[in-house]
Structures are given as C-alpha cells and as structure tokens.
Design a protein around this ligand. Structure first.
Ligand SMILES: Cc1cc2nc3c(=O)[nH]c(=O)nc-3n(C[C@H](O)[C@H](O)[C@H](O)COP(=O)(O)OP(=O)(O)OC[C@H]3O[C@@H](n4cnc5c(N)ncnc54)[C@H](O)[C@@H]3O)c2cc1C
Length: 359
C-alpha cells in the first residue's frame, strides 16, 4: 500500500501529527495494538498546566491552549492547581510557587477548597485557577476523524518489524508492506527502537514509568470541584477523576519500552506521602496502572526531520506533556515537513528540532 507519509504510532503524538499532515498529503498511520491510545496516551492525568516543562515545552503549551479551548466545541474544563507543603518545606514551596506561577493562599483557603487537608501537616498552600482538564479521548477521536476526512487511514494490529530505505522511499513491513517517501516516528517509548530498525541513529529517548492509583472519594466527599493538588517538588499528586480520586507517587523510574504496570512498593510510598496531608485514611485502590513518559536527554520534545536522514521525521520525547502540547506540536511538525515557516518562535523551534541532539 502506498502513501505520501507513513506515521508509526497511534498515541496522541501520532494521531495529531497524522491529522495535521493529512491536510497536505496521503497519510497512513500504523499502530501495533488493536486500539489507538493503548499505551501512555490511555493512562495520563489529562491536565494542561501551561507553566509545566522546559521553556520550549511551555511555548508549545501556550500555543496549544487556544485550540484546546476552542476547536470542535473545546476540550477543556476548569480544574485549578494547588501546591501543599508542611512547615519544614518552606524553601521548596517558594521555589514551586515561582516555577509554576502559583499564588500563595492561606491554609484556611486551601481547606475551603479541599476540606480533607490535614490541619496538623498543612503549613503553606498555593493555588492558581489556570489549569484545565483535557478531554483526551475526544481529542484523539477528533484527530482520527480529521485524518479520515482527509483521506487518511488508521491501521491497528500493525506491528512495524522492518523498515528499509530504498530508491523510491521507505518500505515498511507491518504484516503487509507499506511504502512512502516520508516516515514519521511517533512510537512513544519505542521511538529509539523504531529509529534503530530504520537504520537511523537513536537520540537517547528513555521511557520512565509513572504509576497511578484510583481510590474512592475520601470521606465520601463530592470531589468534582477540587483542584489537582501536589506535594512540593512534584513528589505526589492527587486529582479528581469521575467521582473518585487518582493519586500518583509521581515516580519517574527509567525503564525499557513495555506494557507498563504499577509497582506496588512505589505506589505504597507515594500514597504514604499523600496520606501525610490528608485527614481521611487511604482506602484500598479501586484500580492501579502505570504509563511510560518518554524523555529526550534535555526533557524537550523532538520534532522535525532527522539531520542525517531527512526523510525520517521525529515526533517523540513527549514526556509528561504529550496532550497539552499536541495541538501546537502537530502543527509545527506539519509545517516543518511541508517546508513552511512555522508559527512558533524561532528559538523554540530550534530547541525542539532533533539537530540539537546530534551536535
Ligand atoms: C501517569 C501519566 C500521567 C500523565 N499526565 C499527563 C498530563 O496530565 N498532561 C499531559 O499533557 N501529558 C500527560 N502525560 C504524558 C502523556 O500521556 C504522553 O506524553 C503521551 O501520551 C505520549 O504520547 P505518544 O503518542 O508519544 O505515546 P504513546 O501513547 O505510548 O503512543 C505510541 C504508540 O506507538 C505504538 N508503537 C510502538 N512501536 C510500534 C511499532 N513497532 N509498530 C507500530 N506501532 C508501534 C505503541 O503501540 C503506542 O500506541 C502523562 C503520562 C502518564 C504515564
């Protein structure tokens, strides 16, 4: 089967890239699982916090928020973000306030928003309203709709096992043979492996596990209006989720690409850190899971043509920012592939290109 562009990977990175690229080209997306969004993209906390990430990631966050707010009826609902700290965490708390652009509020104001916060432990709190839940499922489904409307295809159960660069372009084996002059690597945790299969030098993209537990709403409270709340230095966080609470130990253990699952001990330690700040006891998790957040060495996305093999395009290293950056990252990628001047500022574009990692 022939196309102009083959995209490998059916997570948010590949789906958004394929949708944008399909405006100018015939695009086929190959996904090894039987459904899209099975790996990292099906396991996220689904938040946009514009001050989260390196400067070029923040530039993508800012450039994405308009799309997330307005496109297709909008994907955002208000959530808010709170940071809570104990008396001996004052210094780290002040650093977090500056980094995240969060205002200090009184302990009483914090408890008014999250009534289960423990009086004995809570000494400092910060809050800002400018953080939103993203409807991640609808965002992915809508990118699939755009791709299909433009004549593109999403093919699941297609594990890419061989990639050859021939005179006419790439020949990709995924059960059947697929050919195209341009190949986009949106393989998430597998991005470096895919580069290796294609004979392209990997960039050092390493998956890191992040675990999650869902528990019943503490004390039977209606948690729907609570903000997402964090321990200082992102050592744990909790977020309302469909009437329950999801809690993450905010772990970041380097690992290999695989179908990730939560580590019990890591979860228990994270739940203990959460418990110090919450008066209601932690109950048995309703569910646990983990996903892989994949980072380049500088923790910044990698978007654009490979400097040595320009027909090979990187759309990888989304780390903990894949959803909040997708709208602008996919637009930038499409501009770079088409040879158009990107809307994003030049400094950010240079910081995102793969060239920086081959200097
Ligand atoms: C617990 C957790 C919380 C998070 N919270 C947030 C958040 O609040 N906000 C936010 O913006 N981001 C968040 N993230 C990050 C976000 O989920 C990721 O950045 C994003 O999902 C990465 O998308 P992706 O498409 O690159 O990877 P994936 O979703 O993993 O997709 C890659 C795809 O490539 C496919 N693939 C790999 N190899 C092959 C092959 N050989 N052939 C065919 N297909 C292949 C895989 O099957 C997979 O489906 C969180 C992540 C985790 C784990």
């Amino acid at each position: 089967m022939n196309a102009d562009i083959i995209v490998i990977g059916g997570g948010i990175a590949g789906l958004s890239a394929a949708a944008r690229l399909s405006a100018d080209a015939k695009v086929i997306l190959l996904e090894m699982e039987s459904a899209t969004g099975y790996h990292a993209s099906g396991r996220s906390a689904a938040l946009i916090e514009q001050n989260y990430g390196a400067p070029s990631v923040q530039a993508l966050n800012r450039a994405s928020v308009g799309y997330l707010r307005d496109a297709n009826g909008g994907y955002l609902t208000p959530r808010g973000l709170m940071i809570v700290a104990s008396a001996d965490e004052r210094e780290a708390f002040q650093i977090d306030l500056g980094k995240m652009g969060v205002d200090e509020i009184s302990v009483q104001e914090a408890r008014d928003m999250v009534p289960v916060l423990e009086r004995e432990t809570l000494a400092f709190a910060g809050y800002h309203a400018d953080a939103f839940d993203i409807d991640t499922d609808r965002l992915m489904q809508d990118f699939i709709r755009i791709l299909k409307r433009n004549g593109g295809q999403v093919l699941t159960d297609r594990t890419v096992t061989a990639i050859r660069q021939e005179a006419g372009g790439w020949s990709v084996t995924a059960g059947a043979e697929y050919t195209a002059p341009t190949l986009v690597n949106a393989g998430g945790a597998w991005a470096d492996l895919i580069a290796g299969i294609a004979g392209v030098t990997p960039l050092g993209i390493v998956p890191h596990r992040r675990s999650m537990a869902r528990i019943k709403a503490p004390g039977g409270h209606d948690v729907g209006g609570w903000p997402m709340f964090f321990g200082v230095g992102e050592t744990w966080y909790a977020k309302p989720d469909a009437g329950a609470l999801i809690i993450s130990p905010a772990d970041e253990d380097a690992t290999h690409p695989h179908d990730a699952f939560a580590d019990d001990m890591t979860l228990a330690e994270g739940l203990a850190r959460y418990q110090q700040f919450v008066a209601e006891p932690v109950t048995k998790p309703l569910a646990t899971w983990a996903g892989l957040r994949s980072f380049a060495p500088d923790r910044t996305l990698v978007l654009g043509r490979d400097p040595e093999v320009p027909e090979f395009v990187w759309c990888a290293g989304q780390g903990g920012y894949g959803f909040q950056t997708a709208a602008a990252a996919s637009l930038l990628l499409a501009d770079l592939v088409a040879g158009r001047a990107p809307e994003l500022d030049k400094t950010s574009v240079a910081a995102l290109k793969p060239d920086r990692l081959r200097a």
